[in-house]
Every structure is written in structure tokens, then in C-alpha cells.
Design a protein around this ligand. Structure first.
Ligand SMILES: O=P(O)(O)O[C@@H]1[C@@H](OP(=O)(O)O)[C@H](OP(=O)(O)O)[C@H](O)[C@H](OP(=O)(O)O)[C@H]1OP(=O)(O)O
Ligand SMILES: Nc1ncnc2c1ncn2[C@@H]1O[C@H](COP(=O)(O)OP(=O)(O)OP(=O)(O)O)[C@@H](O)[C@H]1O
Ligand SMILES: [Zn+2]
Length: 447
């Protein structure tokens, strides 16, 4: 069995990270690791924000996932996470687009050495927020979706686009309180932008509309990709041969000659045209891959919204419902109370579906392209043609970041939802008062 030790750490370099995991790419020559990345769990420095990520499923989570093979028998959270992807997510999103990965044993020395080696490449706010969880004894080894396996010769190029689409539909649940009706016409993404701006998390509101990306319409998809490019935030990144060339943590969306230059070996077009053509290529691949149709179905497992699912959550944990307790009947939608008399089995289904949907609303897609030479033999990949340059590309699309969301997060989801709506509604009111003319042109519903 392969065990990664301190002396192996130098072969792994920083690829990226999110809130929970650090991802490293491989630069050594072991056939076991070529074309793979390691996904290593982090732990928050301020532990009070989270559970201990290493602990296995809680009692109520065991109840929730009891029908899912060996998931509940997992002795650590890492094992449970991997089985969740394998048994729950893969069948829903398609095995051909998901790699559940395998667990690799690591020594504490390896984790410490890796942490030291990558420290300078990590964004400082991510370093302040979390460190490698060195009590983990295994990490996940998964395919590096930003390259094509066994091909990266000197003259070969691969360009990959990472998209985080977020929620692609508007909820229509009867459990949404009257005062929150705006949720039915404005996307969660758009409303969340307002809160993030207020919190100083973003400097510019993104014009990206997830409904465009999921629309199936070529023009709207192209618009969505353009908007993502203009304001990438954490929703859009570009990698060339596995190295980040656009977007990322401190992305400000500056479009420059440098980026055009980087594309030279991939898109054969005149200066000033390559970025445009790349974005067209991405839109074409989004349509051709049909991945978003499948993703949308999974997202829609959340069919009663957090304002309904929260009541089912309290049924499961057998505690008085804080939402019903805190609100007088008039504020809540009339049917909420009925959710407290449904059978446990139904509550479990509602919450399970909600959490699976939460994974689908937070995942990212990686779409990778490799130029095909004329006369290339048949390809195992899909092929797409970029009309303006007459180039054809192999392309593949995969989902990443498929984490199981902790059951305990249900309360957080409810509170965040209320905060997002309330912030957006207040902003609208303030805007109406102060700039009634301007707002008339910009607050149209998201459809
Ligand atoms: O709640 P959201 O929509 O803000 O999503 C969170 C993401 O924020 P975003 O708005 O995409 O920047 C957030 O992303 P960032 O840390 O902001 O890059 C995480 O993905 C978080 O999931 P987890 O806690 O890592 O399991 C995400 O939490 P979940 O809601 O998916 O649990
Ligand atoms: N299989 C992969 N192939 C190539 N790059 C990857 C892969 N998995 C992750 N990455 C890169 O590493 C980054 C961080 O990974 P990931 O999104 O899984 O972290 P996370 O902490 O779980 O994220 P989040 O904050 O959304 O929960 C990704 O944004 C992506 O750029
Ligand atoms: Zn309730």
C-alpha cells in the first residue's frame, strides 16, 4: 500500500483551495500519481465555526443516510465523504463526469511538510482562516481534470475552464413566506451579491445570471460566460496546462494582453480575438456536454426550499422547531405547521434531498480542451469545432467539489437565506427611495 511521507512532499505543488480543502498537483514521475491531484482537508483555525471535520457521521446523519450502503459504517468523515460521492453523487451526475477518487494514507510528516511548502502560494486570508488538518491519516487522490492524461508532451496544450454555476433555478415553494416572495423572481446568486458587497467580500457586483447559463439558449449561455469572465470572483478560472492563468482568489477580472498572449498556442487567431473565441468555445462545450441539464435536475431535488426543509430538519433531530417558535403564525406560510405532522420517513427524504441539492448548487465544473491536429486518429473524447478559426478540439467535462454537506448546516442555511433576502429587500427599498429613476432600469425580475 502506498503511504506518502515527508520526503514525498516536494513532488506536490499548490493548485488551489476552497473553504475546506487544499488541492495539490503532482510533478514527480510515479505512474501512481501522474495526472492526479491530492485533495487535503483543512481545519478552521477558529474551531467554533465548524464541527471537527475528522469525526465520522453524527447520529442523525447516520439516520439520514441509513439506506446508503457502507456510508454509515465509515469510521472517519473522509471515508464518508468519498463514499458519498461514489454512492450518492456519481449515480445522479453520471460516473463518466465524476471521479470519486481513492484514499491514500499519509503520515503527519507529509501533511506538515506540504503545509510549509505551499504556505507562500496560499492567499493570506485563506491561511488565516484554516490550516491543513493534520489529524487526518488519509487524503483523496483524484484525476487532475485540468489536463488530459498521458498527453502533455512539450508541444501539447490543454486549456481548462473552471465554472462554479451556483443555483440555476428560481424556487416556487408554497412554504416561502409572503415577505420573502422576491426569492421567486430574483436569483439567490444575485441577492447574495448584495450581501457579499455589504460584508466587503466582493468589490463589484457580478452581472452573471445563473438562469442564463442553465437556459439552454446559445445567446444566453454566451452572455453568462462573458459575465463570468468580466467578474470571475470564485465562479470562473482558466488554467493552461494545469497552471492558473486567469481568475482565482484575488481575481479582479482584468482582461489584458497578457491573457490574450497566453492563448496563442491554443486559439489560432489574431491578437484581440483569442479571448472572445475561447469564451465562444466554452459556451459551445457547455451546450454540447449537456452537463447542466443533469446538474439542474439534481439541484431541483430541493423542491420545498429551505423555508420548508428547515421544519423537517427539526422533526429529525426531535427538537422544538426554532423557526415556528420564533415566528408568529401570520409571518410563516400557513402550511409550514403541517410539515410537523408528516411521517419521519418523509422528513428524512426532504432533508436528504435538500442536502444533495446543496452539493449540486455548490460544485464546480471543469471543461478542458486540447487542440486536435488534422488527421488525428479517433478520439475517446467529444470533439468540438471552433468555427471562426476552423480548429477542432477534444474536450471533456467533469464535476469537482462534491462534498457532503453536514446536517448541522441546516440552521445556517435557514439563517443565511433570511439574511440574504432581508439585505436584498432593504437594498431595494433604499435604492427606490434614493434613486427611484435608476432602479427602474435595473431591478427587473431575473427571468
Ligand atoms: O452558501 P453559499 O451559496 O454562499 O455557498 C458557500 C460558498 O460560497 P459562495 O457563495 O459560492 O462564494 C463557499 O465558497 P467560498 O468559500 O466562498 O469560496 C463554500 O463553497 C461553501 O461550502 P463549504 O462550506 O465549503 O462546504 C458554500 O456553502 P454551502 O451553501 O454550499 O454549504
Ligand atoms: N480534480 C481536480 N482537478 C483539477 N483541479 C482541481 C480538482 N479538484 C480541485 N481542483 C482545484 O482546486 C480548487 C479547490 O478545490 P475544491 O473546490 O474541491 O475545494 P473546496 O475547499 O472543497 O471548495 P469549497 O470552498 O467550494 O468547498 C478548485 O477550485 C480547483 O481549481
Ligand atoms: Zn417549524
Amino acid at each position: 500500500m502506498v503511504v506518502l511521507r515527508a520526503q514525498d512532499a516536494s513532488e506536490w505543488s499548490y493548485r488551489g483551495e476552497g473553504a475546506v480543502n487544499l488541492v495539490l498537483s503532482y510533478s514527480g514521475d510515479s505512474p501512481d500519481f501522474i495526472g492526479k491531484v491530492l485533495r487535503i482537508q483543512k481545519t478552521p483555525r477558529n474551531k467554533s465555526d465548524y464541527e471537527n471535520h475528522h469525526a465520522a457521521l453524527t447520529i442523525f446523519e447516520c439516520l439520514l443516510w441509513k439506506d446508503t450502503e457502507d456510508l454509515v459504517a465509515s469510521t472517519t468523515r473522509e471515508i464518508a465523504e468519498q463514499l458519498y460521492v461514489k454512492h450518492v453523487i456519481c449515480p445522479l451526475l453520471g460516473r463518466e463526469h465524476v471521479d470519486a477518487g481513492i484514499r491514500v494514507i499519509v503520515s503527519r510528516g507529509f501533511l506538515e511538510a506540504v503545509e510549509n511548502n505551499v504556505l507562500r502560494q496560499r492567499p493570506s486570508w485563506r491561511v488565516d482562516a484554516a490550516k491543513v488538518n493534520d489529524i487526518c491519516d488519509s487524503v483523496l487522490l483524484i484525476s487532475d481534470h485540468s489536463i488530459f492524461p498521458h498527453s502533455m508532451g512539450k508541444d501539447e496544450f490543454c486549456i481548462s475552464i473552471e465554472l462554479k454555476p451556483k443555483c440555476g433555478f428560481l424556487p416556487s415553494s408554497e412554504f416561502i413566506a409572503e415577505g420573502n416572495a422576491v426569492k421567486k423572481s430574483v436569483t439567490r446568486f444575485r441577492m447574495h451579491q448584495a450581501l457579499k458587497q455589504l460584508q466587503g467580500k466582493i468589490s463589484q457586483i457580478s452581472q452573471y445570471n445563473p438562469l442564463d447559463l442553465f437556459s439552454g439558449s446559445k445567446e444566453r449561455i454566451e452572455k453568462a460566460i462573458n459575465d463570468l469572465f468580466i467578474t470571475p470572483q470564485n465562479n470562473f478560472r482558466v488554467f493552461l496546462n494545469g497552471a492558473l492563468i486567469f481568475g482565482g482568489e484575488d481575481a479582479n477580472g482584468t482582461v489584458g494582453e497578457e491573457f490574450e498572449d497566453e492563448l496563442k498556442n491554443v486559439i489560432h487567431a489574431a491578437d484581440g480575438m483569442r479571448t472572445k473565441y475561447l469564451l465562444e468555445l466554452v459556451a459551445g462545450a457547455v451546450i454540447k456536454s449537456e452537463l447542466l441539464d443533469r446538474l439542474l435536475e439534481v439541484q431541483k431535488l430541493d423542491n420545498i426550499d429551505i423555508e420548508g426543509a428547515i421544519h423537517a430538519y427539526y422533526n429529525i433531530i426531535s427538537q422544538p422547531c426554532m423557526v415556528c417558535n420564533d415566528n408568529d403564525e401570520k409571518k410563516l406560510s400557513r402550511s409550514c405547521a403541517t410539515l410537523h405532522s408528516i411521517p419521519v420517513k418523509e422528513s428524512l427524504k426532504i432533508v436528504k434531498d435538500f442536502l444533495v441539492s446543496a452539493t449540486a448548487k455548490d460544485l464546480s465544473m471543469m471543461i478542458s480542451f486540447r487542440p486536435r491536429e488534422n488527421g488525428d486518429p479517433e478520439s475517446p473524447y467529444k470533439v468540438i469545432v471552433l468555427e471562426p478559426t476552423c480548429q477542432s478540439f477534444d474536450f471533456k467535462a467533469s464535476f469537482i467539489d462534491l462534498d457532503m454537506k453536514p446536517l448541522k448546516k441546516m440552521q445556517h442555511y435557514y439563517k443565511l437565506d433570511q439574511r440574504i433576502v432581508s439585505c436584498y429587500t432593504k437594498m431595494l427599498k433604499a435604492d427606490r427611495l434614493e434613486h427611484s429613476e435608476r432602479i427602474n432600469g435595473t431591478s427587473k425580475p431575473d427571468e
